[in-house]
Design a protein around this ligand. Structure first.
Ligand SMILES: [Fe+2]
Length: 325
């Protein structure tokens, strides 16, 4: 009888203390120190599944069991939430004091890990940033033949257009995007890095990029002749996007998943994972790496990432309509 009871107990224990399974679309190596802290605190190991979002989604839709998913972009987080694959964290309120309200879910299903600004990059010898206060200013005819943009296939631009839609509505957003298309100096770029290189070599004067692509280049080449300017500072704040941790509906380890996110939000891990990508830590009061800290502080758009993500289908339609391909 005692033997049977012990066996039952060990079965229950092995089920309730299964390894935590964490899916990630960024390199799992970045989370090894956090996983070690988790092991030290809980005695539990973390199993990572690393793949791009479409593969992770396919695995989940085929019945894979995992606990957390770490995604690099708000459009992806909105997509998995819309597919009804997430659930609320057991103690989401602890995130409320740590993470700006724009970067945590109104349904308590995800919270940001790191963030970035998608904003103006320019050639300081040919463009004056004082002439560009908002994203809409890049639609002005003074920038005709001088603007470079990345293709609309990037989720980064879908999210930015989502931000504009929430801020201005469909008509004005269509007008702004039409102006951008009229102002293009060159064909749309496949990535932000080639856009930055073409500003540096004089093919365009202004463009829009994620801040970390410039930071990554400057870390290697401090004299790279492109500067950054945070837009909408007098208005409603610069557009942000970022990485987030979301709790999967199929998880049976809610409490452990919450503990791992708490570790990811600890100052030492925040500094580490944000510096690895030259992003800003999502936790308030944790400082970013020196290179981007030296750019100074700036005002962030208060628009919630879930609200921006919900605009993604309309954003894609508007971009298509104006020929932003
Ligand atoms: Fe990127």
């Amino acid at each position: 009888m005692l033997k049977a009871f012990t066996l039952l107990l060990s079965l229950i224990t092995s089920v309730s203390h299964a390894d935590l399974v964490v899916m990630t679309d960024r390199p799992q190596a970045r989370y090894q120190n956090a996983a070690q802290i988790f092991l030290n605190q809980t005695g539990e190991k973390i199993v990572f599944i690393e793949a791009q979002y479409p593969q992770l989604l396919a695995q989940l839709e085929a019945g894979a069991v995992a606990d957390l998913i770490l995604l690099k972009d708000l459009v992806l987080v909105a997509d998995i939430q819309n597919k009804n694959l997430l659930k609320a964290f057991p103690n989401f309120t602890v995130f409320n004091n740590r993470i700006p309200s724009s970067m945590r879910d109104t349904q308590n299903q995800w919270a940001a890990l790191t963030y970035r600004a998608r904003t103006l990059v320019y050639n300081p010898s040919t463009a004056n940033p004082n002439d560009i206060k908002n994203y809409s200013d890049l639609a002005d005819s003074q920038w005709t033949g001088r603007l470079c943009l990345r293709t609309s296939k990037s989720d980064y631009n879908v999210a930015l257009t989502g931000n504009l839609l929430l801020k201005y509505g469909e008509n004005k957003t269509t007008e702004i995007l039409t102006g951008w298309m009229n102002n293009l100096a060159m064909d749309l770029f496949p990535n932000d890095t080639s856009l930055l290189e073409n500003i540096a070599n004089g093919n365009c004067d202004v463009g829009i990029a994620n801040h970390y692509y410039l930071a990554q280049i400057l870390a290697q080449k401090p004299t790279f002749p492109v500067k950054i300017h945070f837009l909408s500072q007098a208005e409603d704040g610069v557009h942000t996007n970022g990485s987030a941790a979301a709790l999967l509906k199929v998880s049976t380890n809610d409490q452990l998943a919450q503990r791992f996110v708490n570790i990811l939000h600890s100052p030492v891990i925040q500094e580490e994972i944000s510096a690895a990508h030259f992003e800003f830590p999502a936790v308030v009061d944790v400082l970013p790496t020196t290179l981007i800290k030296n750019w100074g502080s700036f005002y962030l758009s208060p628009l919630n990432w879930s609200a921006i993500g919900s605009q993604a289908p309309l954003a894609k339609e508007v971009m298509k309509e104006v020929g932003y391909l």
